[in-house]
Each structure stands twice: as structure tokens, then as C-alpha cells.
Ligand binder design. Structure first.
Ligand SMILES: C[S@@+](CC[C@H](N)C(=O)[O-])C[C@H]1O[C@@H](n2cnc3c(N)ncnc32)[C@H](O)[C@@H]1O
Length: 213
């Protein structure tokens, strides 16, 4: 389900700062060569991630679920010169395309890719995260949230993608699947969590913005 008409979507996209042209190339290559290209964030959501990163000037940034690495280019924009960006991706076949385009970013030497299941990698990858973008499998959402919240610094931001799940979170005939239930559980879990404050941004498929108190 699309939340916006095509006209409104095009209006917004046409009035949002464009992505660098090499990222249009990455988008095209993703659509031609990789399964499920709709997973790529797109330049409007990318620009939002860039705004957060630029405002926060983080030292430690984490992306869980990197796909072809499109969102990484925006997340890393505000990274401090001595900072680290880490991305976790389970699909080893994506490594070549991720690295091919990361190499074009001026902060490439601060960008670290970890291939493998996030539950395992996050065990060994402990940092005082300033900014986390959670965008992997939905079944483990609460697990990732609980694993990462203690590491998030006070005032740090966790952005959790797809939390409206094409509108299925509010019910309907197609909302009985495991992913929908996992996302509903996560949204309710965060809502009851007095360690954080949060707001749902109705951007694209919904982003839960969580700030650690
Ligand atoms: C929605 S895509 C990420 C899109 C990317 N963040 C972007 O905005 O362009 C989700 C990614 O999570 C990865 N993924 C799924 N389960 C995972 C797991 N258990 N550990 C690590 N990555 C996982 C998938 O392979 C997929 O590439």
C-alpha cells in the first residue's frame, strides 16, 4: 500500500535535495542486478538520514541491514573525522556492490562492513553508539532493540525502519503474518519503555525515532 499518491510522492521527491549522481548509478545497478530492489531507501529517506547525521555530528554510527549500501552514504555524512561507521549485512553476495560504491565516498576509510547475522555480529561490535539505523529482519526487532539500547549513549538516536509495514500494523485481512506481529510488538514495546522517548515519522514505510533518556 502506498501512503501517498504518485503525484504527491513526485512533488516531494522533486523538491528534496538530489542524491549525488553516483548514487543514481547504484540505484540503477540495484534494480538491474539485485533481488527486491524496493528495499533500497531512496533519496528522500536518504536525505532525512543525512539531516539527522549532519545535525548530530556522531562519532559512532551503526546500520543493521545494509542491502546494497545506499542509506550508508547518507548516514555517514555527519560522521566526525575520528568517528566510525559500522554496517551489518547477512547477504555476502552484496559485499562487492556495497564496497564498489562506498569507495566513492570521501569517508570510505571510516566505513566498516561486517558480513553475517546481526545477532552474532552485534555481540562483538560494542560501541557507545550515537546514531543507529535498524533496517534488517523484523522477527529479531525486539532482540536488536534490547541488545543495542544499553550501548546507545544518553541522548543517542535509534531510527527503526518499516514500522508501519505498508499499513498492516493497524490490522486488516493481511496482517496475521509473523513480520507484522513482530513490528506491532516492537512498536508497543517501545511505547511502554520509560528509558526512551519516541515518535513515529510517517515517512515512506514509517520510521520509529527513539531517543534515549
Ligand atoms: C531493507 S534492506 C536494508 C536497506 C538499506 N538499509 C537501505 O536503506 O538501503 C534489509 C537488509 O537486511 C538484511 N538482513 C536480513 N536479515 C538480517 C540479519 N539477520 N542480519 C543482518 N542483515 C540482515 C537483508 O539481507 C537486507 O539486505
Amino acid at each position: 500500500m502506498e501512503f501517498l499518491s504518485d503525484d504527491l510522492h513526485n512533488y516531494i521527491a522533486g523538491r528534496t535535495t538530489e542524491a549525488p549522481s553516483y548514487l543514481d548509478e547504484l540505484e540503477r545497478e540495484t534494480w538491474v542486478k539485485v533481488l527486491m530492489p524496493r528495499m533500497l531507501s531512496g533519496h528522500v529517506q536518504g536525505q532525512i538520514l543525512k539531516m539527522f547525521s549532519s545535525m548530530m555530528q556522531p562519532t559512532f554510527i551503526l546500520e543493521v541491514g545494509t542491502y546494497t549500501g545506499y542509506a550508508s552514504h547518507f548516514l555517514v555524512e555527519g560522521l566526525k573525522p575520528d568517528g566510525e561507521f559500522h554496517a551489518v549485512e547477512i547477504n555476502e553476495e552484496l559485499e562487492t556492490i556495497i564496497k564498489k560504491y562506498w569507495a566513492k565516498h570521501e569517508k570510505a576509510n571510516q566505513m566498516h562492513l561486517h558480513i553475517g547475522p546481526a545477532t552474532e555480529i552485534l555481540e562483538s561490535l560494542q560501541r557507545p553508539w550515537d546514531l543507529v539505523f535498524l533496517d534488517a529482519d523484523k522477527i529479531n526487532l525486539i532482540h536488536y532493540y534490547e541488545q543495542l539500547l544499553p550501548q546507545l549513549r544518553t541522548g543517542g538516536i535509534m531510527l527503526i525502519d518499516n514500522i508501519l509495514w505498508s499499513g498492516k500494523v493497524v490490522g486488516g485481512p493481511h496482517s496475521n503474518d509473523k513480520d507484522t506481529k513482530a513490528i506491532q510488538a516492537l512498536n508497543d514495546h517501545v511505547t511502554k519503555d520509560d528509558r526512551v522517548e519516541q515518535v513515529i515519522l510517517s515517512v515512506r514505510d514509517g520510521i520509529m525515532m527513539v531517543r534515549k533518556l
